[in-house]
Design a protein around this ligand. Structure first.
Ligand SMILES: C[S@@+](CC[C@H](N)C(=O)[O-])C[C@H]1O[C@@H](n2cnc3c(N)ncnc32)[C@H](O)[C@@H]1O
Length: 204
């Protein structure tokens, strides 16, 4: 068993940062009422492919051109090529964002504080690459007010609350919290923190 069910293309850094496929599928279930989406910082397209299984059209925006090529290959393996479109560029580029039509956006910045120590993750939304707060505000202004951010487990519920009313899912597997999804969706009216235990994924 592997982190992914298909024999996908990745580089070492992208493999480490990528969302495990089972967790991406869990998020896709939560968002399946939306028919169009964009993922900002889409890397090798694990989340894009999971969303595309349920939706009509999903965009992925990624700065690294090699990852864009891997993402296209991976979308073929997951059988969703006809529903996805990858854009190579900077997710903080307002002109790029303005041209994307999507009803929900998933933001997945890099949490490492320093590339030499990738396993040390930021506890601050402002200290991700790109800055998650700046990205959140630009996406909200230019694409949609339905947003999801994947953040390190070190980011507090209180900090996530500062961006708006949200449901925060603490993603747990193999007995400990791994990371968080914060959902800021138009139908969410009260703050909630939810522990989601996906069980034994020790094969990851
Ligand atoms: C955590 S990974 C994304 C993982 C992916 N979303 C998944 O589901 O597996 C973060 C990605 O953000 C990309 N990135 C960093 N800064 C960026 C920027 N300013 N614009 C676009 N992509 C960026 C990195 O190249 C990296 O591939």
């Amino acid at each position: 068993m592997n982190k992914f069910s298909k024999d996908i293309l990745y580089d070492e850094d992208a493999y480490y940062m990528s969302c495990p496929e089972v967790v991406a599928n869990y998020l896709a279930e939560l968002l399946k009422s939306y028919k169009t989406a964009v993922e900002l910082c889409s890397a090798i397209a694990i989340t894009v492919c999971a969303l595309a299984k349920h939706m009509d059209k999903v965009y992925g925006v990624e700065i690294d051109s090699k990852r864009i090529e891997m993402a296209k290959n991976n979308a073929k393996l997951y059988g969703v090529s006809d529903k996805v479109e990858f854009i190579q560029g900077d997710v903080l580029d307002t002109n790029l964002l303005k041209n994307i039509k999507a009803s929900v956006a998933v933001l997945d910045p890099d949490w490492s504080v320093d590339k030499n120590t990738p396993k040390i993750h930021s506890n601050s939304l402002a200290n991700t690459t790109p800055n998650a707060i700046e990205l959140f505000n630009k996406v909200k202004e230019n694409i949609t007010s339905n947003l999801v951010i994947r953040v390190s487990k070190n980011v507090s519920f209180n900090d996530l609350k500062e961006l708006g009313v949200c449901h925060v899912y603490n993603i747990i597997y193999d007995g400990r919290i791994r990371f968080k999804y914060a959902l800021y969706l138009d139908n969410i009216k009260e703050y909630k923190e939810i522990d989601t235990d996906l069980g034994d994924l020790s094969y990851l």
